[in-house]
Design a protein around this ligand. Structure first.
Ligand code: TRP
Length: 329
């Protein structure tokens, strides 16, 4: 079976956009591939997080992904910093990574602009750490968004370069891919397009019913359709897109007809939409709370994940050490 590896950047809570995007594709992949997911906590050190935030965010991510249906038996989930073999490979890859190419990385340039007082070496070598994350398991495929394409290019380049330097076929070049079911793009409710943390327009899986209702009722609308069967302006289309994701088909069709014959009342539609979002997220929220109240269980799941990750990681490291000329550990 093909091997899929994916890193989860520890940023904030999961929102509906994440749920119908990345999370749904993880759920699909865990049935189709030999998956390994990890929380990229070493990567997060580039911005100097507080120790308590690191612990909290690892627990939250674990709880949220498990609550969404990631099955650690099928797809082990581990915390990157539990698997030190990654660091060793990171070091070896860094020895063959050139300053020029690292400096030219878009993500580096962006970060350097964002935090000019902390342009650290970790930021510069982010792509080699990411390459180590992937190559350590000899992954075939990595599900990543467009913003990670350049980092994937570099992972392939470092795999090739290592093979060339030592005249071996140790690493294969990992492919970027998107799962066969196209993830739904969830819009924000403020008319700004995409739902996203930085846009501040998110409905989170951990939002309670009252919060969700309030957010949905505040959604931007317009004065209403002026002619039958007219095209929907973006803010209205957004409501329909959300409804398509969370509501039964009949509900969507009902309001679509109301739009088409100009009898739609946005208040009614929003009320329905809010209830259907709550119905989608409430059971997940419930499970998140359960996991978060049982940190022992989370620790066990992470430990089991690390164990599985170490199996393939240590195999690769032994091979790499031998290729480089080091003694076996
Ligand atoms: N760079 C990825 C992001 O920002 C997170 C990540 C780190 C990752 N290591 C990885 C993703 C390895 C896939 C594989 O989203």
């Amino acid at each position: 079976m093909e091997k899929v590896v994916s890193g989860i950047r520890p940023t904030g809570n999961l929102h509906l956009g994440n749920y119908f995007g990345a999370v749904k594709s993880f759920l699909q992949m865990q049935d189709e591939y030999d998956c390994l997911f990890f929380i990229a906590d070493w990567h997060s050190l580039t911005t100097r997080p507080k120790p308590e935030d690191i612990v909290r965010s690892a627990n939250t991510i674990l709880a949220e992904y498990l609550a969404c249906g990631i099955d650690p038996e099928k797809a082990p989930i581990y915390i990157q910093s539990d698997v030190r073999e990654v660091l060793e490979l990171y070091l070896y890859l860094n020895m063959n990574a050139y300053l020029g190419e690292l400096e030219r990385t878009t993500t580096f340039k962006e970060k350097a602009r964002k935090q000019p007082d902390n342009v650290n070496a970790g930021l510069l070598t982010y792509p080699t750490l990411m390459a180590a994350d992937i190559l350590i398991h000899k992954a075939d495929k990595v599900p990543v968004g467009k913003d990670q394409e350049q980092n994937m290019e570099m992972a392939r380049r470092y795999a090739r370069r290592f093979n060339t330097i030592y005249g071996v076929e140790c690493f294969k070049e990992p492919k970027s891919f998107s799962p066969s079911d196209k993830p739904v793009k969830i819009p924000g409710l403020d008319g700004s397009g995409k739902m996203g943390k930085s846009e501040g327009n998110c409905i989170y899986l951990i939002d309670d019913a009252a919060t969700i209702r309030k957010k949905v009722m505040k959604a931007v609308t317009d004065a209403g359709p002026t002619a039958p069967d007219s095209e929907k302006p973006e803010v209205i289309q957004n409501l329909f897109t959300l409804m398509e994701a969370v509501s039964p088909r009949e509900t969507y069709d009902y309001f679509n007809e109301k739009w088409n014959d100009c009898s739609i009342r946005y208040g009614d539609m929003k009320k329905q939409l809010a209830e259907d979002i709550v119905a989608t997220t409430a059971p997940i929220r419930e499970r998140i709370m359960q996991y978060l109240s049982d940190t022992d269980r989370l620790a066990k799941i992470a430990a089991a994940g690390a164990e599985r990750a170490r199996e393939s990681a240590s195999k690769t490291i032994e091979e790499v050490r031998q290729i480089i000329g080091f003694r076996p550990r």
